[in-house]
Structure formats: C-alpha cells, structure tokens
Design a binder for this molecule. Structure first.
Ligand code: HEM
Length: 333
C-alpha cells in the first residue's frame, strides 16, 4: 500500500513538474519583450509593413496568412520561411510543400529582418517578425490592433510533410474543428480566424472543386450562389493561375463582410461554406453578417484574442536561435 502511495506521489510530482514547464514555456512570451533589447523593433516592423502596403496593397492578406501557415506547422517557429540549404536534402521544406504554392511576401519579411539586423543585430526572431507583421497588416487594412506577445525563438527544422496539419480548402466542418482542436484552438477560434478571409486573394486553383462540383458537401445550402459561381467561372476559365478577391465587396478592408459573404453563399472555399453546417459557427456567422458597428467591434476584439492564441501554438522558447537571415538557419549564413 505504502509503495502504491509513493508511486502515486511520484507520478503526480512528474505531472506537476511537466505542467510547470509547459506553462513556463508559454509564459516566456510577453508583450513588450524587446522593450530593453531593441526598443524600436515594433516601430521598425510597422514602418516597413506600411511602406510595403503603400506600394503593394494586395500583399496585406498574404502577410497575415504567413503567420497562420507558420503557427499551424510545427508551431510558431519561423519554419515556413526556411529555404532548402543543401542539395543533398531529401525532404522538401514547408515552403516547397503544395500547401505553400500560393504564399507570398517572403521578400517583405527578409527586408524587415535586414532593417532589424541593422538596428539591433541578433535580437529579433523571424517567428516574432511574422506575428508582428500579421498584426500590422490587419491594422493597416482598417482592422483591429492587438498587443502581440513576443519572445519566440526560430526553429531549425522545416519539413513539407508537417504541412498536413493545415486543413485543406475542401474540408468539412468536422475536419476543420478537428484540425483546430489539434492546435488547442476552439470552434469559436475557428469561426473567428476564418474571418481573416475578409482580405486577400485566392488562386482559382484553390477552389476549382467549387466550380466543377467535386466534393459536394451534401447540402445544397452550402453550394455557391449561382450568380457568384458564374462570375468565378468566367474569371477562372481562361487562366487557372488567375487570382480573385476572397471577399469581393470589400477585399482590401478588414471587416465583417466575410460573414455576410458566407451567409449569402459567397464563401469561396468549402471550408468557408462549412461554417454554416454547425450550430455555433453558424450563429456567429449570422450575428456578424449584419455589418453593424457593434458586431464589427466584437469581431475585432475576438480576432485579436484568437490571433494571440494562434501565436501561442508551440512557440520555441529554449531550443532555438535568432536567425540572422530568415530564409536560412544560422549555420548556413
Ligand atoms: C480554416 C481553415 C483555412 C483554410 C482551409 C484556408 C485556406 C486558404 C486558401 C486555400 C487560400 C487561398 C490560397 C491561394 O490560392 O493563394 C487562403 C487564403 C488566405 N487565408 Fe486562409 N485558410 C484557413 C484559415 C486561415 C486563417 C486562420 C488565416 C489567418 C488568421 C487565413 C488567412 C488567409 C488570408 C489572409 C488569405 C489571402 C492570402 C493572399 O491574399 O495572398 N486563413 N486560405
């Protein structure tokens, strides 16, 4: 009996220490992490994002999306930015994966990193740059501001296989909920973060199944509005590499128009339409489809909170580095 109790105490102690470590790893991210080490880091990022979007406004969505693709694959460790460094490498990197085909804005991150290296060498990680850039791209698109906890280190591994954690655009609601739950994100986080599709563009290739009628969702109410479908077909017919606005009415503006689009069967991907197939996500879509000022404000608050949660997916806080160049690990600089 005594030995059983000792065993139990030992197990509990291990569990307590493990959970202490996991909380402390999370706790190391903090708002204002660079206040003493690189006081102007966040200003530099903001100025560079603003300068970029002044001449390439179409990149706002792309810059936001990079942080999502970083965090869902091996956690927010900057691994999405890594290029192949060695021709002998058998594995493809995340950046070479099929899911990364439409990603843009890598050059912007590299340029921001260069500015930060000039100002404070070796201090600001690429994973943190992605988190700050995402916030600033949203803010500059008339969206919300939120405080971004920082202090992530950059990882050294990037493998295309790991991108299977990203839900594909033909996902149904069960698959979406499962993919988000896997990252400790709730169903509410799913419907709120999907609202990111209020800005940006998609290649026709990403929603061809919607145009051809493949992978039907077994619910006519989730299929595309016929007029919108015709419009998309005519845009995509000539060139599958064409890009279309994700939220046609207010594509450059971060607002609740996405929810109105989804409700009116103009959600571009099956994963957007699928939000109507669950009671709680549908309720959120319906509530925010009105575009009222209050609902917009609530969405803004929800979005900032959900982005902080997403930014907290497995951050590297001990076994990592601050890369000198975002596209390669330091050994190769
Ligand atoms: C819920 C699951 C999601 C799926 C299935 C999905 C899928 C996609 C796909 C297929 C594209 C078009 C890519 C292309 O053809 O170039 C896209 C674009 C985009 N996604 Fe998502 N996404 C999801 C969630 C998110 C989240 C959580 C965010 C950010 C918080 C996000 C932000 C964006 C943005 C801003 C764009 C436009 C990119 C651009 O303009 O270059 N997405 N998404």
């Amino acid at each position: 009996m005594a030995s059983r109790i000792t065993q139990l105490v030992a197990i509990l102690a291990v569990y307590a220490v493990a959970s202490l470590f996991s909380t402390s790893a999370q706790a190391q991210l903090q708002v204002g992490y660079y206040r003493d080490s690189c006081n102007h880091a966040e200003d530099i990022v903001f100025q560079e994002v603003a300068a970029t979007l002044a001449v390439r406004p179409y990149l706002a969505g792309s810059l936001l999306r990079l942080h999502f693709h970083d965090c869902f694959v091996r956690g927010c460790d900057g691994s999405i930015l890594l290029n192949k460094t060695d021709d002998e490498m058998v594995d493809k990197t995340e950046r070479e994966a099929d899911t990364s085909a439409g990603l843009r804005g890598f050059d912007v991150i590299d340029a921001i990193k260069e500015k930060l290296e000039e100002a404070c060498p070796g201090i600001v990680s690429c994973a943190d740059i992605l988190a700050l850039v995402a916030r600033d791209a949203v803010l500059l698109s008339h969206g919300p501001y939120w405080h971004v906890p920082t202090g992530r280190l950059d990882g050294r591994i990037s493998k295309a296989d790991a991108t299977k954690d990203l839900p594909p655009p033909n996902s149904n609601i069960t698959q979406l909920k499962a993919a988000f739950a896997e990252k400790n994100l709730t169903t509410k986080d799913l419907v709120v973060l999907s609202g990111a599709h209020t800005i940006g563009y998609s290649h026709c290739q990403s929603f061809l199944d919607r145009l051809t009628g493949e992978h039907k969702l077994n619910d006519a109410a989730l299929e595309l509005d016929p007029a919108y479908l015709d419009d998309l077909r005519s845009k995509c017919e000539a060139n599958r590499g064409e890009m279309v606005e994700m939220s046609p009415k207010s594509s450059p503006r971060f607002d609740t128009s996405y929810y109105s689009d989804v409700l009116h069967r103009r959600g571009l991907f099956r994963s957007d339409a699928a939000l109507l197939a669950d009671d709680s996500t549908r309720a959120y879509v319906e509530q925010h489809a009105t575009g009222s000022v209050d609902d917009n404000q609530e969405f803004f608050g929800d979005f900032g909170n959900a982005m902080v949660k997403m930014g907290n997916i497995q951050p590297v806080t001990t076994d990592g580095e601050v890369r000198t160049k975002c596209s390669v690990v330091n050994d190769y600089v």
